[in-house]
Design a protein around this ligand. Structure first.
Ligand SMILES: Nc1ncnc2c1ncn2[C@@H]1O[C@H](COP(=O)(O)OP(=O)(O)OP(=O)(O)O)[C@@H](O)[C@H]1O
Ligand SMILES: [Mg+2]
Length: 294
């Protein structure tokens, strides 16, 4: 473990100026950019990417909210929020029992907050199945956040989705500007991607016309494994420049960090996983600039 943190070391200075700095002299953005981390396949790196991309964006100067929309609550746990302290959760927000700002808690990472989840979320789908606004609940909650954060509004909201294309994920897609898809470098990587892309198209044509694909991030890449290289080539051929240049390597430090309740960037800043997430954050911000300029 290293004592150095990305907040002391000037990590991320390769991205200069940050999106926040860039807008510091202009009017602050009225609403955060909302990105859903989605893939109905389990265990592909959605939560790991939410935590560590969120941390890397915060290290660069962004104000980030991670919204835990998975009943498993892994993003909340990985950020050190124990179950007892999750008094107001995303369940309460989506059930209409609390505002999103009431659910937001600080993390050990400066500028990074989380709205935690609990197992209650498992029952939500049935509870709101007959409500007319059932797909818009998260979007309304995020819109309600804008006026409540004072002089320090969030610039990014990252939504950690469950491994399913259920109503929770539909709420996330309806609330988002763009989807970021973690894809594990394994043999069946592309399986299921077309179903996800079809769902994104459906949401775009019905519930949320502004929804776009931000990018696909290849996770758990292992350069010693020939298959990993082949998967990368296939995905890049199929999805072209939608695939980020940055790949997240398979790195044991990344998988150890959550059991310490810390992002890997705080657990071991120098490891290859941390460095990859810092690079990914700078790529995400560069894409944002292009999108904003368009
Ligand atoms: N780059 C990496 N190197 C090593 N292990 C990793 C890496 N990324 C993720 N993991 C490990 O792989 C497992 C699955 O990752 P993660 O929980 O982020 O996936 P997920 O898509 O959120 O899963 P679920 O679909 O269950 O929500 C975890 O044990 C995590 O620690
Ligand atoms: Mg997860």
């Amino acid at each position: 473990m290293t004592d150095q943190t990305p907040f002391e070391s000037g990590a991320g200075t390769s991205v200069s100026p940050s999106a926040s700095e860039q807008t510091a002299s202009a009017a602050p953005p009225a609403r955060p950019r909302v990105l859903a981390l989605a893939n109905q396949k389990g265990g592909v790196g959605k939560t790991t990417t939410a935590i560590n991309l969120g941390t890397a964006l915060a290290a660069i100067g962004e104000r980030v909210l991670i919204l835990d929309l998975d009943p498993q609550g892994n993003a909340s746990t990985g950020l050190g929020i124990d179950r007892k302290s999750r008094r107001v959760s995303t369940y309460h927000v989506l059930a209409g029992e609390a505002s999103l700002s009431a659910a937001v808690v600080e993390t050990v990472v400066p500028r990074l907050h989380v709205a935690p989840s609990t197992l209650d979320l498992l029952g939500l789908e049935l509870e709101i199945a007959h409500q007319r606004n059932r797909a818009y609940r998260l979007r309304l909650a995020i819109e309600g956040l804008a006026g409540t954060m004072g002089d320090d509004p969030f610039t990014y909201v990252l939504i950690d989705c469950p491994p399913s294309l259920n109503l929770l994920t539909i709420n996330a897609l309806t609330a988002s500007d763009a989807v970021l898809v973690p894809l594990q470098c394994e043999f069946f990587a592309l399986e299921g991607l077309s179903q996800l892309l079809k769902t994104v198209d459906q949401v775009r044509s019905t519930l949320n016309p502004r929804l776009s694909i931000h990018g696909i991030v290849l996770t758990m890449f292992d350069p010693r494994n020939n298959l990993s290289g082949q998967v990368v080539a296939d995905v890049r051929q199929f999805m072209g420049n939608k695939v980020y240049e940055t790949m997240i390597p398979r790195n044991v430090r990344v998988s150890e960090a959550p059991s310490h309740g810390k992002p890997v960037l705080l657990y071991d800043l120098k490891c290859s996983g941390s460095q990859a997430y810092l690079k990914l954050a700078s790529e995400v911000i560069q894409r944002e600039r292009v999108l904003r300029a368009a």
